[in-house]
Ligand binder design. Structure first.
Ligand code: 5GP
Length: 126
């Protein structure tokens, strides 16, 4: 098991394949540290995923193992993307699922940026 209680990084996971350009995405931003693209099943009028370029299986893995430069670059990209999507005035939600109880589906660390309408309660039991 990796640092975050998940299996070791799988280079064939869907986001690794998107990073390598093997699978298309609706890209909204790319820099040296991060790639941002629209979620394929949006849960809000705007739903964008931001992923680091490094091979980190989860939030726990990323924050334990990435360099300070990677962490700063990634989170700066999250802020830039949210701003570029025009979400700052009305607000937005950042969400990162980590491990089984969260329902994390894709084992490459990612942050969801959701906005474009009032988003309601933070956590659903469903
Ligand atoms: P998680 O549950 O791991 O936090 O979120 C994974 C997200 O990735 C889901 O919202 C899902 O819709 C999205 N997703 C899964 N496969 C693809 C894909 O091939 N392309 C895109 N753009 N999003 C995907």
């Amino acid at each position: 098991m990796s640092v975050s209680g998940l299996p070791p990084y799988d280079p064939q996971n869907i986001f690794a394949r998107i990073l390598r350009g093997e699978i298309p995405c609706k890209r909204v931003h790319e820099d040296g540290h991060a790639l941002a693209f629209h979620d394929i099943h949006p849960q809000a009028p705007t739903h964008v995923l931001v992923i680091p370029k490094g091979a980190y299986v989860s939030a726990a893995d990323f924050h334990a193992s990435a360099s300070a430069e990677e962490i700063a670059g990634f989170w700066r990209a999250v802020g830039l993307v949210a701003k570029s999507l025009g979400l700052e005035a009305t607000g937005y939600r950042l969400l990162a699922n980590m491990g089984p109880d969260s329902g994390q589906e894709v084992p490459h660390f990612h942050v969801h940026i959701c906005g474009g309408k009032p988003l309601g309660r933070m956590i659903s039991s469903g």
